[in-house]
Ligand binder design. Structure first.
Ligand SMILES: [Zn+2]
Length: 284
């Protein structure tokens, strides 16, 4: 019951925030509801494909195939660590006269147990769903979507990216676990590696908290160093992670074990998370 109610609120909020202002109200509602279902189905089928992919290389190839199918400009950022090869996948949607330069990120690699759909095929599916929706109704921000490799090896992909880019994003929003759990954990480091406060990150927390409260989504905030936002935060850059959890987090939780499979994913939670990310984009 609670989940269904929450979903209704999110859908209503999306309708009022993302629509072209010139069309008739009824037509707008139908269009967005149709899109929402379409995107949810698309994301869920991506989850299944990621679950079935043989290894992290195959998972990366799936992402590339989708970006190509959607006609997106992308680049690969290969790197090597301790004899193993990895690659980040970076896609862009640029506009003229942008208001902000934003990045949305998720790691696509998985650990060796389970099939890596809770952690973090779901975040990958949300990024792809966002790309699909943003392409259908353009916004006024320059957007970069980064699919990180080797998060599970110690945030290697995001660390490599931060150390080797001259991009200066106004904000980075990372998604790690998007298809399970009724609560939203906001994971940010408000302090850089010298222990200094990073006020830009604090403002991202406030934005996410505001949206949680408006949409009656339970949330909590942590500075624990769980995921890829940390690589940005430690360099003094504004980044926050959106993570779906429930009261059992962090233990027992269907990640890094056999429980990380399709039976612990929920298409409605996946869809809610994608809508929430679009609200962040709309509100920023
Ligand atoms: Zn993860």
């Amino acid at each position: 019951m609670a989940k269904t109610y929450c979903f209704g609120l999110l859908a209503a909020a999306m309708m009022s925030s993302c629509l072209p202002k010139t069309e008739a109200h009824n037509a707008q509602q139908e269009a967005v509801q149709h899109d929402t279902e379409d995107t949810a189905d698309y994301m869920y089928s991506m989850l299944e494909n990621l679950c079935n992919a043989e290894d992290n290389v195959a998972r990366g190839n799936l992402v590339i195939k989708e970006l190509e199918a959607m006609g997106l400009e992308y680049s690969l950022q290969p790197f090597e660590r301790e004899g193993s090869n990895y690659r980040n996948i970076i896609a862009k949607i640029d506009v003229e006269n942008e208001s902000h330069n934003l990045a949305f990120t998720a790691h696509y690699d998985r650990v060796d147990v389970g099939c890596g759909v809770v952690d973090n095929g779901s975040g990958v599916a949300v990024l792809l769903g966002m790309i699909k929706d943003v392409k259908e109704s353009p916004n006024d921000n320059d957007l970069t979507f980064i699919f990180f490799d080797a998060e599970e090896k110690g945030l290697l992909g995001s660390k490599y990216y931060v150390a080797n880019t001259d991009e200066r994003f106004d904000a980075v929003f990372n998604i790690d676990m998007a298809a399970y759990g009724d609560t939203l954990m906001i994971s940010t480091g408000a302090h850089n590696r010298r222990g200094e406060f990073v006020p830009t990150t604090e403002s991202l927390n406030e934005l996410i908290i505001e949206l949680c409260e408006e949409n009656s989504i339970p949330y909590f905030w942590t500075e624990d160093k769980w995921t890829d936002n940390v690589s940005f935060n430690e360099a003094g850059l504004a980044a926050a992670s959106v993570v779906r959890v429930d009261s059992s987090f962090p233990n027992p939780y269907p990640i890094h074990n056999e429980g990380d499979n399709m039976s612990n994913t929920d298409i409605n939670v996946l869809s809610q998370t994608e809508e929430f990310m679009l609200m962040i984009l709309d509100r920023y």
